[in-house]
Ligand binder design. Structure first.
Ligand code: PGA
Length: 246
C-alpha cells in the first residue's frame, strides 16, 4: 500500500514569520494517516523546520543546486538542506524549467545528487497546452520520466515521488479532469514498470498537481494511480486543510 502524500508548494510566498505560523496551524489541524509536506522558500526553511519539530508534517525545499558545494553565488546545496532537517526536494518544477531553463538532463543530475544526500526528490513532469492539443501527452511524460530516472537503481526509484503537473493547469484554475490526470499518472507508472519492474512501479508515489482545490481533491485522489497532490495556490490558505482531509 502506497502512503498518500500531500505536498504544499508555497512558491515565492510567505515571510518566515507568516510561514512559521501557517506551518503550526497545519500541524495542529492534521489527523489521519496521509503524509503531509510543506515546501516553503529557502529563507523560511529553518523557522518552518523548527515550528514543525515533533509533528507529523515534513518539510521540503522547492529546488536545489546541482553541485555539492563551491563558488555558486546565491545557490543552496543538498547537504545544507539535509543538515537543516529538510526531507523532500521538488526537482524540475515547470516554473524552474520555464523561467530558469532547467532541462531534463539537469533534473536527472539534481535527482541523483538529492538521493545521494538522503533527500526524497519530488520530480515534476507534465505537458504544455500545445502538446496536449497535439495528443502527445503520453509520449512527453514518458520521455520526461525516462530522462529524470536515467541511471537510478530500483531502490532509489521505489522511494521517490513523481508529480504529474500539466503546465496548462498550473495556477490557471483549469484542473485536469480526473480521467486526464489518471491517464497520465498511469502512463508514468507504466514507463517505470517497463524500465524497472512491477514492484518498483507499485512502490513509487505519483502525485497530481495543477489547480488542486478543496472542491476537486477527493475526486482526483480517488483515482487508482494518483497517490496524492502537489498543491500550489491552495496550499497557502485553509483550503489546504480541506485538501489534506480529502
Ligand atoms: P497550483 O500550482 O496548485 O497553484 O496550480 C501547482 C504547482 O505548481 O505545483
Amino acid at each position: 500500500m502506497r502512503k498518500r502524500l500531500i505536498a504544499g508548494n508555497w512558491k515565492m510566498n510567505m515571510t518566515p514569520t507568516e510561514g512559521s505560523a501557517w506551518a503550526k496551524k497545519i500541524a495542529a489541524a492534521l489527523s489521519g494517516d496521509s503524509e503531509v509536506v510543506v515546501c516553503p522558500p529557502y529563507t523560511n526553511l529553518y523557522p518552518v523546520v523548527e515550528s514543525l519539530r515533533d509533528t507529523h508534517v515534513s518539510v521540503g525545499a522547492q529546488n536545489v543546486h546541482q553541485e555539492e558545494k563551491g563558488a555558486y553565488t546565491g545557490e543552496v546545496s543538498v547537504h545544507m538542506l539535509k543538515d537543516l532537517g529538510v526531507k523532500y526536494c521538488i526537482i524540475g518544477h515547470s516554473e524552474r524549467r520555464q523561467y530558469f531553463s532547467e532541462t531534463d538532463e539537469l533534473v536527472n543530475i539534481k535527482t541523483k545528487l538529492a538521493l545521494s544526500a538522503g533527500l526524497v526528490p519530488i520530480i515534476c513532469v507534465g505537458e504544455n497546452l500545445s502538446q496536449r492539443e497535439q495528443n502527445v501527452t503520453t509520449e512527453w511524460v514518458r520521455y520526461q520520466t525516462k530522462l529524470a530516472l536515467s541511471g537510478l537503481s530500483d531502490d532509489q526509484v521505489s522511494g521517490l515521488v513523481i508529480a504529474y503537473e500539466p503546465i496548462w493547469a498550473i495556477g490557471t484554475g483549469k484542473t485536469a479532469t480526473s480521467e486526464q490526470a489518471q491517464a497520465a499518472c498511469c502512463d508514468i507508472r507504466q514507463v517505470v514498470e517497463e524500465i524497472y519492474n512491477n514492484e518498483v512501479a507499485q512502490n513509487i508515489r505519483i502525485l497530481y498537481g495543477g489547480s488542486v482545490t478543496a472542491a476537486n481533491a477527493s475526486e482526483l485522489f480517488s483515482m487508482a494511480d494518483i497517490d496524492g497532490g502537489l498543491v500550489g495556490g491552495a496550499s497557502l490558505k485553509d483550503d489546504f486543510l480541506e485538501i489534506i482531509k480529502a
